[in-house]
Design a protein around this ligand. Structure first.
Ligand code: FAD
Ligand code: 2HG
Ligand code: ZN
Length: 496
């Protein structure tokens, strides 16, 4: 209790309100950072071409605002380098001048990490979008960090390979952003996370030095695995300029089933069975509750999949290479869950059009929620026994006040708890009903307050709910070693 009181007092000190609390609170601007002047602009125009230095407020505006329209900075400058050397020159200069910098990928992040808090320079990686090589024997692809995820998939697909990560934002997010956030997504269940799939990284440190860890080797135990530090560091330790990644062969036989359930206990039983009976062909196990379906139906051109509404919807995908073998496994599994009355309704899609329709229901939840008003997002890892209870608790708390939905990567123990109100901007009253309660609940069950979206601007002062003070201390000393002037993505990830 005492430590909590101390922590809350610290929190008040570090995070002072800059506007009234109807909007998002920001830490105060640190006066140690320089403000941009004409000399700086001239310097950047000399190392980049004129089109890669954006200063017109109408060009800069979109880069200041995050995807959710929740976080907004006041930067007056966007730099769009094309090469690692240019990134190096920029950072070296900024480090000497103490100019703060926010690296930006596709700007689809959901925790406010990709936009400036104040007037930090925006370093957009959008022009570093070349796929540099692919080895069909090892399946390793190497590309610049600004390559859009979907473009890597389009490049690999005709070659018979696929990317090991997939998420709803694939059309805009960049591989550098994915690596920097250690994004999870819908295929983590099958291929594992990026800490395993990224083989190499080239990154530029705050002082401009280029760290070449761009290995394409699967095995390399030569000292500390430095690339791991950059994975999930959200632009605070360096700017990732290139990555090399394992790509698995693209499955040729894909099936997607959509099922309804009348209890969350049954969802859990189906998950256990799917893991044991489908084994190696199970490639996604996602769930959404009925309020999610209602939100999607309200905002998208999709049909209610079944006449009979149920509280839970599960999407199961199998991907393999032998249609007969996969169908046999899937049929045995379906028979077992039907015979035991685990599902109420179900439908199977085997052709691309129907598969996409099922995925659209799941993947458009985030966009549809965004059309509702203000959305309060919580991205939690929780043990299965406490997984859905938090949604029910919050729904009771918010009855008549807000719409509470639960969905996510249940196969990975990752819940997306979203609370939406028709009113924007964000309300203090609503935050107070959610925080710190949701974080305390998660921490008390040894869960994670950020399963896959990161910490960004949203949660630095809540990091202690998932990390010990010794761990935070070590993180701070790593940050201090790699970026002693704290120019890279300040005010983010680490508490003050
Ligand atoms: P940005 O949003 O631009 O940046 C994210 C962070 O990474 C920032 O801190 C930024 O400073 C840093 N950064 C970006 N590029 C670099 C770089 N080259 N070097 C150093 N730092 C960098 N996330 C999931 O994990 N799973 C999901 O299933 C998922 N689904 C989503 C669905 C939708 C519709 C949306 C809008 C978002 C979703 N996200 C998901 C969140 C988001 O897409 C991911 O976090 C993604 O990895 C961010 O990539 P980005 O290129 O947009 O990065
Ligand atoms: C997803 O799984 C994303 O769709 C977004 O991680 C989750 O909107 C969210 O909360
Ligand atoms: Zn997710």
């Amino acid at each position: 209790m005492l430590t909590n009181i101390i922590k809350n007092n610290n929190l008040k000190k570090c995070f002072r309100q800059v506007k009234n609390y109807s909007t998002i609170i920001k830490p105060e601007r640190d006066s140690k950072y320089a403000t941009i002047n004409n000399q700086d602009i001239n310097y950047f125009q000399n190392i980049l071409d004129k089109h890669s230095v954006l200063t017109d407020p109408s060009d800069v505006e979109g880069f200041n605002q995050d995807w959710m329209k929740k976080y907004k900075g006041t930067s007056s400058l966007v730099l769009k380098p094309k090469t690692t050397e240019q990134v190096s020159e920029i950072l070296k200069y900024c480090n000497n001048r103490k100019i703060a910098v926010v690296p930006q990928g596709g700007n689809t992040g959901l925790v406010g990490g990709s936009v400036p808090v104040h007037d930090e320079i925006i370093l957009s990686l959008a022009n570093m979008n070349k796929i540099e090589g692919f080895d069909p024997i090892t399946g390793v692809v190497t590309c610049q960090s600004g390559t859009v995820l979907e473009n890597i998939e389009s490049y690999l697909s005709p070659l018979g390979y696929t990317v090991p990560i997939d998420l709803g934002a694939k059309g805009s997010c960049q591989i550098g952003g994915n690596v920097s956030t250690n994004a999870g997504g819908i295929r983590l269940l099958r291929y594992g996370g990026l800490h395993g799939n990224i083989l190499g990284i080239e990154a530029v440190l705050a002082d401009g030095s280029i760290i070449d860890c761009l290995s394409t080797l699967r095995k390399d135990n030569t000292g500390y695995d430095l690339k791991q530090l950059f994975i999930g560091s959200e632009g605070t330790l360096g700017v990732i300029t290139k990555v090399s990644m394992i790509t698995p062969p693209k499955p040729t036989s894909v099936n997607v089933g959509l099922f309804t359930c009348d209890s969350f206990d049954k969802v859990k039983t189906i998950l256990t069975r799917a893991k044991s009976q489908l084994g190696d062909i199970l490639s996604a196990f996602e769930f959404m509750d009925r309020p999610c379906i209602d939100v999607v139906l309200a905002h998208q051109q999709v049909q209610d999949p079944f006449d009979n509404k149920q509280p839970f919807y599960i999407l199961i995908e199998t991907s393999g290479f032998n249609e007969t073998h996969d169908s046999e496994k899937l049929n045995d599994f379906l028979e077992s869950i039907m015979n035991d009355d685990l599902i109420v309704d179900g439908s199977l899609a085997t052709d691309t059009k129907n598969i996409s329709a099922f995925w659209k229901l799941r993947e458009s939840i985030t966009e549809s929620l965004g059309k509702e008003g203000a959305v309060y997002k919580y991205d939690l890892s929780l043990p299965m026994d406490q997984f859905y209870s938090i949604v029910e608790i919050m729904r009771n708390k918010f009855e008549g006040k807000a719409n509470v939905v639960g969905f996510g990567h249940v196969g990975d123990g990752n819940l997306h708890l979203n609370i939406s109100t028709p009113k924007k901007p964000y309300q203090k009253e609503i935050f107070d009903m959610i925080e710190p309660f949701v974080y305390e609940y998660t921490s008390s069950h040894r869960g994670s307050i950020s399963a896959e979206h990161g910490i960004g601007s949203m949660k630095p002062n809540h990091l202690h709910y998932s990390k010990s003070s010794n761990s935070i201390h070590l993180m701070k000393s790593i940050k201090n070693t790699m970026d002693p002037n704290n120019i890279l993505n300040p005010y983010k990830v680490l508490p003050n």
